[in-house]
Each structure stands twice: as structure tokens, then as C-alpha cells.
Design a protein around this ligand. Structure first.
Ligand code: GUN
Ligand code: ZN
Length: 441
């Protein structure tokens, strides 16, 4: 194969492969996708300048355009993981608990991310693994320590990655023996990080109250104020993940009619809000989410691992909810959005709803971009967008290769990848036109 050209020195690079991307929401429009068997994606200075049939594009290429062949592959937009925890690298696969017991077991490990050297070393490991999984845009939780988020943003900037991240706010109900923050420090440290990182390179800040249980009313008020003072930042938190979590939340916030209403009361439910899990929402909650334009982010691998329950994909469709999808690593036992799609399919099946691969890939690509209001920059292969993409290997194992030979339609091919694939299927990951992960080198 030709060498994987870095797309930096002005000359365009044409990638030859099958190409797949979404152009609209499959929940609203029938089959709004493009699948080209013999396709070409042309990138110049990090930007897509052409995407389509190879035989139409090739004659138009500039003389200095490099051609890179990717045989037996499908190029898709890079994946969006809208809910992932950086400081859970050493606690993934923690045995035997459901949510609250699991948190008591794993949170103490997040202390170490206060150490800048350790945080820097782990940020490298974390982002390497997400790129290996084909994830090019993330909404990540740091630890309570601002140093953890500093380290993650620094490494993302070095890689020119799109990253949204925030330091966790938590001023009560944390496990014994670990540091908790206070509303004043949460305000000051979050503000410092916003000032330093928000809008720099491809980075953005998310105010991150860990969840309502970990925040006093004062701390949630601070989160609301930070959002008001910094238009353009995001807010990410956990919502309605587990029945015991929900009843404890309602005890802590008497007078609020639902878990969602707790966040709403503090001005935290709007189109910049990303809520993880959202398993046990009722119709009133769905209605409120829909009218505010807030984003729901199911995390199927985590929901299976912790036994938290099944996200209601059909309800979300009925209410026209803006959605992304995540792994929730390290409650999720994978970095792979392909595996998140697999678990999403099974989650929907258990409720009598068939989640098509087009809907699953939508949530993991264009839907994620729309959820973050950055679909003018990333999410599919429209000309002028930033070239974040993955080269998926249709022959990544002998059996998958053989199974793929029997897959005739785009739906079948994508479904095989999402049901059988994982990071082995990600042959290359490109960020802003540059190769940042190559499986075989
Ligand atoms: N709720 C509050 N913190 C967490 C966390 O780290 N993981 C999950 N899955 N739920 C949470
Ligand atoms: Zn989480």
C-alpha cells in the first residue's frame, strides 16, 4: 500500500475506498445515507475538498495530488463518543457492583490525576486508545482536579483533536478518604480552565457537575452561573441512570418533581446540555428535553455492565430528541463506539425496537456532531468540513472477512461491522487529514 501521507504540505491527498456517511437523521428521513463502493475522499490542508465516485473525481485531481489506496475498507466519519471518563483507566473492569457501590469502589482512584506528570502520562494512553477505537471527537469527564483536565487538553491539542472536557464538580457524598471540592473552588478552577482552553485549537469546555448526588444546591448554582457567564460552553452530567441513584437524588432535593427537574431548576437544561444515560425518564421528562433541545446520550456498554437498564431509543425517536451516544468508559468496558452500537442494538431489541445500522452510525457520527452543534465542521463528508475519518477494515479477521463476502447491501456490511467489529476493525484513524493511528504499524 502507498504510504499514509500526512496532509500538511498543501498537496491534496485522495483516499480510495468504499465510502459511507449520513446526510440526515434516519429517524426522520428514509435512508439518508451515501454508500459508494468505489469511492474517493480528497483532503487538502485538513479539509474535505471532494467525496464521491472515484471514476468521477480521479480525472479532476490536481497533478500533485497523492493517491492512497485502502483496499477492502470502508471510510466513515470519525466516531463521536459523547460520554467518557478519562480518570477511569485503572478502574475499568471493576467487579461485582451496581452504580452506587461501583462509584464507591472506583472514585478513590481518581485522586492520582492531581499529579500533573501522572495525568500527562495517562492522557497519552487514554487518547491513544480512543484513537485506536476510531473516536475523533469526545466529551470527556476529568477528575475533580483541574490538573487532570489540563493534561487531557494539552495532549488533545498536540494531536489536534476535537475534545470537549471539564473538571468534575463534587462537593458532597463522595467516598470516604477522597478529596472533595467546594463551590468556590469549583467556580474558580472551572473558570481558570475555561479561560485557558475553551475555543483554543479544536477544544471546548463543558461544565461538569458529576451528578446531582455529588453536588449541593450551591454547587449546582455555580454550574448554572458558569454556563450563563460563558456562552458557548457545554454542560455534561449524569441523569437517571439507576433506581437507587434516582431515589437518593429526590431525597436530597425535596420539592423537585423529577431528577431532570433538579438540573432544570439550576438552569442546566438547554441546548448545550449533554445528559448521560437517561434510562428511567418518563414522558414528562422526554417532553421537557424535547422542548429545551437538550441532548440525551445513551451509553449501552456501561448500562449493560452496571445493570442500570435500557435506554428508550423508540421514545427518544418519538419525541424527536437530539441524541449522541457514548461508551461511558470505564463503567463501559470498551473504548469502541462499534461495540457501543452493538450494545445499543441489543438494548433496543430487548424492547422490541430494531435499531438500524444507519441509526446507530448516525448517533455515533452526524448525530453526535449535531448534538454538539458542530455539524457545520464535522460529522460527515460534505465539502468544506474537517477531515476526521476512520478507515474500517472489512477483512479484519479471517471470519469477518469471510462473513463480509456474503454481505451484499450497505445495511448488511455496516451491520456486520457493528455487530462483529471492535478496535481490530479500525485500520487507520485520521484527524484533520493526518494519520494519528495505524493498526498495523
Ligand atoms: N454517576 C456519577 N459518576 C459516575 C461515573 O463516573 N460513572 C457512571 N456510570 N455514573 C456516574
Ligand atoms: Zn459516566
Amino acid at each position: 500500500m502507498n504510504s499514509l501521507s500526512t496532509n500538511s504540505a498543501n498537496s491534496p491527498v485522495a483516499h480510495c475506498s468504499s465510502i459511507f456517511h449520513l446526510i440526515d437523521d434516519p429517524r426522520l428521513t428514509k435512508d439518508p445515507y451515501v454508500f459508494i463502493d468505489n469511492g474517493m475522499l480528497v483532503v487538502e490542508n485538513g479539509i474535505i475538498i471532494a467525496a464521491g465516485e472515484r471514476n468521477e473525481i480521479e480525472p479532476t485531481l490536481a497533478v500533485d495530488c497523492k493517491i492512497v489506496e485502502h483496499p477492502n475498507t470502508i471510510i466513515t466519519p470519525g466516531f463521536f463518543d459523547l460520554h467518557i471518563h478519562f480518570p477511569q483507566l485503572t478502574t475499568v473492569a471493576f467487579y461485582g457492583e451496581q452504580l452506587l457501590g461501583w462509584l464507591n469502589g472506583i472514585i478513590p482512584e481518581e485522586e492520582i490525576y492531581k499529579n500533573p506528570e501522572i495525568a500527562a502520562e495517562r492522557a497519552k494512553i487514554f487518547l491513544k486508545e480512543t484513537l485506536r477505537a476510531g473516536t475523533t471527537t469526545m466529551c470527556a469527564y476529568g477528575s475533580w482536579a483541574k490538573e487532570s483536565v489540563d493534561a487531557l487538553f494539552s495532549e488533545a491539542e498536540r494531536l489536534n483533536l476535537r475534545l470537549i472536557a471539564g473538571k468534575v464538580m463534587a462537593d458532597r457524598n463522595m467516598p470516604d478518604g477522597i478529596s472533595i471540592t467546594n463551590p468556590k473552588d469549583d467556580y474558580e478552577h472551572s473558570s481558570e480552565l475555561i479561560e485557558k482552553w475553551h475555543g483554543r485549537a479544536r477544544l471546548a469546555y463543558a461544565v461538569t457537575p458529576r451528578f446531582a448526588i455529588s453536588c449541593t444546591p450551591e454547587d449546582l448554582k455555580v454550574a448554572g452561573n458558569l454556563m450563563k457567564e460563558n456562552p458557548g460552553i457545554y454542560m455534561q452530567t449524569h441523569l437517571s441512570e439507576n433506581p437507587k441513584e434516582i431515589s437518593f437524588t429526590l431525597e436530597l432535593f425535596p420539592g423537585r418533581k423529577s431528577y431532570l427537574d433538579v438540573y432544570d431548576h439550576y438552569g442546566l437544561v438547554n441546548e448545550r446540555s449533554i445528559f448521560g444515560h437517561c434510562i428511567h425518564l418518563d414522558d414528562d421528562d422526554f417532553k421537557r428535553v424535547s422542548e429545551t433541545g437538550a441532548v440525551l446520550c445513551p451509553n449501552p456498554p456501561s448500562n449493560m455492565f452496571l445493570g442500570s437498564g435500557l435506554f428508550k431509543f423508540e421514545k427518544a425517536k418519538e419525541y424527536g430528541i437530539r441524541m449522541g451516544m457514548g461508551t461511558d468508559f470505564g463503567a463501559g468496558n470498551t473504548f469502541s463506539m462499534l461495540q457501543s452500537m452493538e450494545n445499543a442494538y441489543k438494548t433496543a431489541q430487548l424492547q422490541g425496537y430494531s435499531l438500524s445500522p444507519f441509526e446507530a452510525f448516525y448517533h455515533a457520527t452526524l448525530g453526535g456532531a449535531r448534538a454538539l452543534s458542530i455539524d457545520n465542521k464535522v460529522g460527515n463528508f460534505e465539502i468544506g468540513k474537517e477531515a476526521d475519518f476512520v478507515v474500517l477494515d472489512a477483512c479484519c479477521t479471517p471470519f469477518i472477512s469471510w462473513r463480509m463476502e456474503h454481505a451484499k447491501t450497505p445495511l448488511e456490511k455496516l451491520f456486520v461491522l457493528m455487530m462483529l467489529g471492535d478496535d481490530r476493525a479500525v485500520k487507520h484513524t485520521y484527524v484533520y487529514g493526518n494519520p494519528v493511528h495505524s493498526r498495523d504499524s
